[in-house]
Design a protein around this ligand. Structure first.
Ligand SMILES: CC(C)(COP(=O)(O)OP(=O)(O)OC[C@H]1O[C@@H](n2cnc3c(N)ncnc32)[C@H](O)[C@@H]1OP(=O)(O)O)[C@@H](O)C(=O)NCCC(=O)NCCSC(=O)/C=C/c1ccc(O)cc1
Length: 399
């Protein structure tokens, strides 16, 4: 045909078929990172009330101490970017009547992509191909408020190609990781050869403030949330022997629970990010997860007993895991990966589900090494404002 020298495909359908991948999206590498400062949960109430000059709020401190208790919170330690030195240099951070957004955004703009880069470097190393083979980047964070955003900076830090298609998801909160992975699935399956880097990076400094003038539902996050970044490489039709798929993404859906708009909220304000968590969240999730799972498996035509699956549930809080375990009748240990991540890192919002996936594959590899049976099919779920439930059915591959 003319100067191009060969015939064009006959139909748009043919072009479309050639553009799409053959197989499902797969997970090809996972990496995680945390800031260096580790805070023991038992020490947190003393630390929090001391650095915020709030020792006089004795009732509130007693309540936060009760919530922090390891057995109650399920948390042993968390990693935090904001340390005492940074707080001393930014005293406005403790006072929610003062304007501190500029300073917080300035700090987060540097720290969020740097933490993401540390996690992404590990995911890319495991994947085994050069960063310049990445075609798409999906970045999720609640900790930024500027453009160009953390995705642009991360692309520079990793030396990605200028043709990389970047997407930033902002303020999805705890379902940001689930949403990013679902988006990566669509991108990988609809673009032959695509290699998608998913990066989630969450730093609580944007939402740190003192207890003065607050009530428990908008300071409870200070006792539950931690900082971390997670990265996943997603692509279809893995190229052997370099690319070793860990999980196939078989199905993905999102559900919004009606009339729960006010249950979880986050809002950028002059003092950073204010949030509100209803104490009904664990119950609301408990009442709604099973319907999402039944719909997912019915669509796939698979009949599944919940205890025959592996589980990667976002550990939003200990009570959330307890409720889900109870409604699904899960055996002890089925949510072990989620509980372990909650214990060692706290709730790192959207990033957490990537840590759970990482923990889960380590546990599966260790079990397989000892000749143990590991379920072939499993579920990843994440939750956040909306209330939004992200569900993904995974099929594990023996590697
Ligand atoms: C570990 C908890 C917090 C406590 O355990 P529990 O078994 O419920 O214990 P209790 O029933 O004995 O409650 C202990 C105390 O905590 C109180 N409480 C219990 N949840 C509440 C409550 N949301 N309000 C306000 N009082 C409460 C509760 O009233 C009680 O008060 P008191 O009787 O005076 O000791 C548990 O409730 C729990 O896991 N809750 C789930 C937390 C949750 O909703 N997480 C998911 C949403 S995550 C999200 O949206 C992220 C936003 C975000 C925000 C900031 C960031 O930096 C980053 C992200």
């Amino acid at each position: 045909m003319g100067s191009m020298g060969r015939a064009l495909p006959a139909t748009v359908d043919e072009i479309r078929r050639a553009q799409r991948a053959d197989g499902p999206a797969t997970v090809l590498g996972i990496g995680t990172a945390n800031p260096p400062t580790c805070m023991a949960q038992d020490d947190y109430p003393d630390y929090y009330f001391r650095v915020t000059n709030s020792e006089h709020l004795t009732d509130l401190k007693a309540k936060l101490t009760r919530i922090c208790n390891n057995k109650k919170s399920g948390i042993r330690q968390r990693y935090l970017h904001l340390d005492e030195e940074l707080l001393a240099a930014n005293p406005d951070f403790i006072d929610r009547t003062r304007s501190s957004l500029d300073a917080r955004v300035e700090m987060a703009s540097a720290a969020v992509p740097e933490l993401a880069a540390a996690a992404a470097a590990k995911a890319i190393a495991e994947w085994g191909r050069p960063a310049t083979d990445i075609t798409h980047l999906v970045f999720s964070t609640y900790s930024g408020a500027r453009a160009p955003s953390a995705d642009r900076r991360l692309a520079s830090l990793l030396g990605l190609r200028p043709t990389v298609s970047r997407t930033i998801l902002n303020l999805h909160g705890c379902y940001g990781g689930g949403r990013s992975l679902q988006l990566a699935k669509e991108l990988a399956e609809n673009n032959r050869g695509a290699r998608v880097l998913v990066a989630c990076s969450e730093i609580t400094l944007i939402a740190f403030y003192g207890p003065e003038g607050g009530c428990v539902d908008n300071i409870i996050g200070q006792t539950l949330f931690g900082d971390g970044a997670g990265a996943v490489i997603v692509g279809a039709d893995p190229v052997a022997p370099v690319e070793l798929p860990l999980f196939e993404m078989a199905f993905a859906s999102q559900t919004t629970i009606p009339e729960t708009e006010d249950a979880i909220s986050m809002q950028i304000s002059k003092c950073g990010m204010e949030y509100h968590l209803s104490s009904q969240v664990p119950r609301l999730l408990g009442c709604n997860v099973e319907r999402c799972l039944v719909d997912a498996f019915r669509t796939l035509g698979i009949s599944a007993a919940w205890n025959d699956l592996f589980w990667a549930i976002h550990p939003g809080g200990r009570a959330i895991l307890d409720n889900i375990e109870e409604v699904l009748g899960l055996e002890d240990g089925k949510l072990a990966a989620s509980r372990r991540v909650l214990s060692e890192f706290g709730n790192m919002s959207g990033t957490t589900v990537i840590f759970v996936l990482d923990e889960l594959r380590r546990r599966r590899a260790a079990a397989a090494k000892q000749g143990g049976e590991t379920p072939e099919w499993g579920v990843m779920m994440a939750f956040g404002p909306g209330i939004t439930i992200e569900t993904m059915v995974l099929h594990a591959l023996a590697t």
